[in-house]
Design a protein around this ligand. Structure first.
Ligand SMILES: Nc1nc2c(ncn2[C@@H]2O[C@H](COP(=O)(O)OP(=O)(O)OP(=O)(O)O)[C@@H](O)[C@H]2O)c(=O)[nH]1
Ligand SMILES: [Mg+2]
Length: 376
């Protein structure tokens, strides 16, 4: 994975951006002074990757959605296997409804990542069936569904074996929304194959990978990491890095049960709100969100006042210093028809057993809240 010749276009192997020394605010910047010292055998990392990898510090660079879309549009001109990675903890936020169109005639494999965040008791067969059904509801017909945890390496080796068969000698493109763990997965694959550690830059910030990163599989074919598609309906798009850290679950999410009466509300920090409007009286609601995220119960009639008074303090994130600038919460109503989840995109969900339960979900303007068939 070295740069073959210094005359060719140089690519940052951390993020896939083209290396240059022109403009520090453009993706792929590396000062001339550093670049001069590199030989053809050196792995090159741009300055942004260097800072992300060593200080976990993000330098924002200019990017347009068009760059990503153009890259996706190239997919249907390739004869390749498309692997669509989704985040099982943020399924609805991370599914790419147009993926079948981008893939053209190429088969699409589904990889549901981050299974480490779900309760261990959840049966794999049930989960796989749920994912397949959900995929169909988005118009996606995956050739197969794999469940993995790229971070803990759970099932990654089994996935690699399956991939070797399913790719039928073709190149493999790993695609999906930002932050689903595409690069983490590829790093594990590289490490299993070559023992090289953490080659590609990964981070909890969305938009880490900026260009295509091609890893040779054999003389003719490659495994390709691609930049994540940005979904504006995802909460992460509206959060500061410090806030994102607080809502990103890092280990198995512990279900938090609330026995609520009609007219009660539960806040997810100050980021979202769940109102139980009406149904069969007192009933349980199970909340799934990062364990560190503070949930706060109150009466619905007092919720607005509480929010105005305590946003950024009791109800945090958002952080206090920017609570004025935080998008207003918008209210959406749902009534359950059977066992359901109310999904707060990028944050988690609330599981409801009883039918005909009327609730309201509040999310920052622009973020999605949806209802789906119960997962757990
Ligand atoms: N809990 C958990 N976290 C994971 C897993 N895989 C990746 N992550 C985390 O998810 C975040 C994003 O991972 P990346 O590999 O950078 O995601 P990506 O899809 O390449 O993101 P972009 O390059 O922005 O498109 C990082 O904080 C990872 O540590 C997993 O299996 N479980
Ligand atoms: Mg990436």
């Amino acid at each position: 994975m070295t740069n073959e010749s210094m005359n060719e276009e140089l690519i940052c192997i951390g993020c896939g951006a083209t290396i240059h020394s022109d403009d520090p605010d453009k993706a792929g910047f590396l000062p001339q002074s550093v670049l001069k010292k590199k030989t053809a055998e050196d792995d090159l990392y741009c300055k942004r990757c260097f800072r992300l990898r060593h200080y976990n510090e993000l330098h924002d660079v200019e990017l347009t959605d068009d760059d990503f879309l153009n890259m996706l549009h190239e997919l249907n001109q390739e004869d390749a296997l498309i692997v669509n990675v989704v985040d099982i903890f943020d399924f609805n936020g991370s599914v790419v409804s147009g993926i079948q169109r981008f893939a053209g005639n190429n088969p699409v494999l589904f990889v549901a990542n981050k299974t480490d965040l779900l309760p261990k008791s959840l049966k794999q067969g049930k989960l796989r069936q749920w994912i397949t059904e959900q995929a169909h509801s988005f118009g996606i017909r995956p050739k197969n569904v794999h469940l993995i945890s790229a971070l803990s390496r759970q099932s990654v080796e089994a996935f690699m074996e399956a991939l070797e068969e399913e790719r039928e000698g073709k190149s493999v493109y790993i695609v999906g929304t930002t932050n689903v763990g595409k690069s983490t997965l590829i790093n594990q694959i590289i490490q299993i194959a070559t023992e090289a550690e953490n080659t590609i830059t990964t981070s909890y910030f969305p938009g880490t990978t900026l260009g295509k990163i091609e890893i040779p599989l054999d003389d003719k074919t490659m495994l390709v990491d691609t930049p994540g598609i940005i979904q504006r309906s995802q909460l992460s798009y509206y959060l500061l890095p410090e806030e994102l850290k607080l809502v990103t679950p890092r280990k198995e999410v512990k279900p938090r049960g609330y026995q609520l009466n009609e007219g009660q509300t539960v806040f997810f920090g100050g980021l979202a709100r769940f109102d139980y409007i009406s149904g069969e009286g007192n009933q349980p609601f199970i909340f799934y969100a990062a364990n560190e995220l503070n949930l706060h119960r109150t009466k619905t009639e007092k919720a607005d006042e509480l929010y105005d008074k305590h946003l950024g303090e009791l109800l945090t994130p958002p952080l206090k210093e920017r609570k004025e600038a935080f998008p207003k919460l918008r209210r959406y109503e749902f009534t359950t028809k059977g066992k359901s989840d109310i999904v707060f995109s990028g944050l988690g969900w609330v599981s409801i057993d009883k039918t005909n339960t009327k609730i309201a979900g509040w999310v920052p303007e622009g973020v999605d809240v949806t209802i789906r068939k119960q997962l757990i």
